[in-house]
Design a protein around this ligand. Sequence first.
Ligand code: SF4
Length: 359
Amino acid sequence: MIDKTFDELLSAITTKALRGDPVDRDELLAVLASTDDDLLDVIAGAGRVRRMFFGRRVKLNYLVNMKSGMCPEDCGYCSQRLGSTAEILKYSWIDTDEAAQHARSAINAGAKRVCLVAAGRGPGDRDIERIAETVAVIKGSAPQVEVCVCLGLLKQGQADRLRQAGTDAYNHNLNTSAGNYARICSTHTFSDRADTVAAAKAAGLSPCSGAIVGMGESDEDIVDVVLALRELRPDSVPVNFLIPFQGTPLGGHWELTPQRCLRILAMFRFAFPDVEVRVAGGREIHLRTLQPLALHLANSIFLGDYLTSQGQPGRADREMIADAGFVIEGFDQPTQSARPRDLVITRHRGAGTTAPANT
Ligand code: SF4
């Protein structure tokens, strides 16, 4: 592989991803290590993969922060962490009516998925019941909307209860590689996180799990977390760019360039050709004027604001999608088309074989 020119390598990676075949570790590392001179070629290759599996559709997701701040965990990137002095909104659980009202306005603005998120290590059973009620109210007025819940580490039986209540998906990000995990958090482990994603999936919830980049990790760390995610077989993969809140250990840490963000998104697309890749937190502040190029790589974004920071106006998100020639994915369109690789069955009967023809 090393003997190939980057152009040859990129073409081989694109062909593999278009077939839905796994792109390997060295190939993913090569995408991350490519130069700014190669960037448009990388976007063109990954963009072909994106269009093959998702056309020009962009799925809109909307975050409702159900309970903000005062988390006992110490994730270094998080403005809601233990000891954070970031000037964020802090409040306890909002009620069902308020959550449903936010969900309704997001659905009216084009959101296909509503994500109910609460800060904390994990929910108590009362919290699960509170969320179950909110899910029921949202689904009662908009049965077609996807509801994803993100409450931290789950205990036995909680994923089943969420599923029973009509929850569609559960989000829990792996965030960074197993090897880098202790550097960003000391109150829980990488395996705790992976176990929760597996438990959610086992309960029939659609697993949503992704990463945060821009925390001082190496290319190897990013590829390691991608490979760990691939083993969990998520249905959606959010890619967050660190929002370096002052008052957190990573406050003021700016290491990403828009070009680097695009290479990272392209690498995620090659790694997850037919899986929803979502540009998540930090889109506006890191990609800046290059945001529309990200739509050629990711097929999903958050509409409007993030958990504790503001995004660009929802109208600007919708205009950007239209200007770049993409369309907002509707409720009647599946996020993932039937996977072409699953539909193709190689013929082993009829002409050229000794097996009877299919007549
Ligand atoms: S990421 Fe979640 S668990 Fe970690 S500090 Fe923030 S709210 Fe708490």
